[in-house]
Design a protein around this ligand. Structure first.
Ligand SMILES: Cc1cc2nc3c(=O)[nH]c(=O)nc-3n(C[C@H](O)[C@H](O)[C@H](O)COP(=O)(O)OP(=O)(O)OC[C@H]3O[C@@H](n4cnc5c(N)ncnc54)[C@H](O)[C@@H]3O)c2cc1C
Length: 415
C-alpha cells in the first residue's frame, strides 16, 4: 500500500525518488546490512566486504552526490528530496546510510566554503565518480577531547593553554600535523579523504583551531583497528594517527579566526542530519512492530485487535509523524539558511533521537521475547538506536549548547 505523506505538495518526481529509494533500501540495503552486522569489525571493512557492494550500487545511482549542484555533476536534489531519499535509505540501514552520508559531508563543507581551488581539486572529482573510489570521514573528537571538542560556547573552550590531541604548525607553505583522533571516527578505517579538526594556536585554547581537507594516503598517516561495538556495526569506526604529516597550506580552509563559529555551524548541519537518522530508524521499527502485531496471536486474536495494542501502535505512529515533521523542517532550515540557527538543530536532534529510541524500545516490547532474537530485524534496530543520543554530540551537551545560543540570541529572525 502506498505510504501516505502529510506533505500534500509532493511532486511526481519526489514520489519517484521515494519509491526507488525504498526499493533500493529493501532489496539491496537490508540484506547487506544484516550480513555486515554479523561480521567482525575488521572483516566488515575488508576489501571483499559486502559493504563495498552497497557503496558500488549507491554510487552508481548517484546517491552520494544527491545534494550537489548539477554544474559539478551532482543530482541537484531539493532539500525535501534529500530528506525523502535519506529517510528511505536510513529505513534500509542506519549504518550503511551513515557511510554514504559521511562519504559526501566533507566535500559538501568544502563546497560551502566557496574555495574554488579546493572545489576543483576535491569536490569535482567526487561528483564525477560513479565508483566508491572516493569516500570521506570527519575527524573532530580526540581521546582526551570528546564533548570538549564541540562545546564551543563554554568559557573553558577559549581558555589559554587548553590543549587538543592533534596539533598543526606552519612550516613555510605547508602545515605539519601530529597527534591522534579518537577511536570513534566514523569511516576512519575506510575513507580515502578526511576533514580534520586540528589545534593551531593553543594561546587561544581549543578555540585556536583549524579545519583541513586531506587525502588519508599521505605519508605519516596510519589507522587503528576497526572498533568492535554494540550497534551500528555496519558503520565502521577507528582511530587516525598523524606523524609529521605535511599538507599544502591551502588545504586548511578554516583558521582560528572563525574556528568556533564554523564548528557550531557544521554541527548544526550534522545534527539536522541526525534527525533524519531518527526518523528513518523509528519508521523502520514502527513498520516491524505493526506487521508483527497483525501476525502474533495471543488471547485468542492477533495483537492489533486488542484495545491496548491499538493504543500502543497509535502512540508509536504519532511519534514517528512528529519526528518526521520536525526533521523535515529542521533539515530544510539547515540546508537553506546560512549561517544556520544552531539551537534548532541541537534541540531537535535531542528530542527526535530520544523519541526514536522510545519508538524502537516499544517495538521490541511489542515483539515480546522474540524481539530479543536474531530471527527478527528489531533487535538490530534496538542496538543501532542506542548510539543516537551520543553520536554527533551527546544530547545533554547539545542541549546545553542550544541553551547558550538561546540565552544569547533569542528571539531572533533568520538572516
Ligand atoms: C556511533 C558513533 C559515531 C561517531 N562518529 C564520529 C565521527 O564520525 N567523528 C568523530 O570525530 N567522532 C565521532 N563520534 C564521537 C562522538 O562525537 C562522541 O562520542 C560524543 O561527542 C561524546 O563524546 P565522548 O564519547 O568522548 O563522551 P564524553 O565527552 O566523555 O562525555 C561523557 C559524559 O559526560 C558528560 N559531559 C561531558 N562534558 C561535560 C561537561 N562539561 N559538564 C557536564 N557533563 C559533561 C556528557 O554529557 C556525557 O554524558 C561518534 C560516536 C558514536 C557513538
Amino acid at each position: 500500500m502506498p505510504y501516505f505523506d502529510l506533505n500534500l505538495d509532493l511532486t511526481w518526481e519526489d514520489k519517484e525518488i521515494k519509491a526507488s529509494a525504498h526499493k533500493f533500501a529493501k532489496e539491496v540495503m537490508r540484506p547487506i546490512a544484516r550480513e555486515v552486522d554479523r561480521m567482525s569489525a575488521e572483516d566488515a571493512v575488508a576489501g571483499n566486504s559486502p559493504l563495498w557492494e552497497f557503496l558500488r550500487q549507491a554510487y552508481a545511482l548517484g546517491y552520494h552526490k544527491a545534494l550537489f549542484p548539477p554544474e559539478l555533476g551532482g543530482l541537484g536534489f531539493t532539500p525535501l528530496q534529500g530528506h525523502i531519499l535519506n529517510e528511505e535509505i536510513i529505513w534500509g540501514s542506519l549504518g550503511l546510510s551513515g557511510v554514504l552520508l559521511l562519504a559526501s559531508w566533507p566535500f559538501f563543507k568544502v563546497l560551502q566554503s566557496g574555495n574554488k581551488e579546493l572545489i576543483e581539486e576535491f569536490v569535482a572529482p567526487f561528483c564525477k565518480t560513479s565508483e566508491p573510489n572516493i569516500t570521506a570521514c570527519w575527524a573532530i573528537t580526540e581521546p582526551d577531547r570528546g564533548s570538549d571538542s564541540i562545546n564551543v560556547n563554554e568559557p573553558f573552550f577559549s581558555t589559554r593553554g587548553a590543549r587538543g590531541n592533534v596539533q598543526a604548525r606552519l612550516d613555510g607553505n605547508e602545515w605539519v600535523i601530529n597527534g591522534q583522533k579518537s577511536a570513534w571516527v566514523s569511516c576512519g578505517p575506510i575513507a580515502t579523504h578526511g576533514m580534520l579538526n586540528v589545534q593551531i594556536d593553543p594561546s587561544m585554547g581549543l578555540a585556536g583551531g583549524g579545519v583541513c581537507i586531506l587525502p588519508l594516503t599521505l605519508p605519516g598517516i596510519s589507522r587503528g583497528k576497526a572498533l568492535e561495538k554494540v550497534g551500528q556495526r555496519d558503520l565502521p569506526q577507528g582511530e587516525l594517527f598523524f606523524h609529521e604529516v605535511r599538507i599544502p597550506r591551502k588545504y586548511m580552509f578554516v583558521g582560528p579566526g572563525n574556528y568556533s563559529t564554523w564548528t557550531a555551524n557544521n554541527l548544526a548541519f550534522g545534527n539536522a542530519a541526525m534527525t533524519l537518522f531518527a526518523i528513518g530508524l523509528a519508521r523502520a521499527a514502527f513498520d516491524e512492530a505493526f506487521a508483527y502485531s497483525k501476525e502474533r496471536v495471543q488471547g485468542g486474536m492477533v495483537l492489533i485487535d486488542h484495545y491496548f495494542t491499538k493504543v500502543r501502535i497509535a502512540r508509536m505512529f504519532g511519534k514517528v509523524e512528529a519526528i518526521r515533521a520536525t526533521s523535515r523542517a529542521v533539515w530544510n532550515l539547515a540546508v537553506k539558511v546560512y549561517p544556520p540557527l544552531p539551537e534548532y538543530s541541537y534541540a531537535s536532534k535531542a528530542i527526535c533521537t530520544e523519541m526514536a529510541r522510545e519508538v524502537v524500545d516499544e517495538a521490541v516490547q511489542l515483539h515480546g521475547a522474540n524481539g530479543l532474537t536474531r530471527e527478527y530485524p528489531i533487535e538490530k534496530f534496538w542496538r543501532d538506536s542506542r548510539a543516537l543520543t551520543i553520536e554527533d554530540g551527546e544530547n545533554n551537551t547539545l542541549c546545553s549548547m542550544a541553551g547558550n545560543f538561546l540565552k544569547e540570541t533569542y528571539p531572533r529572525t533568520a538572516g
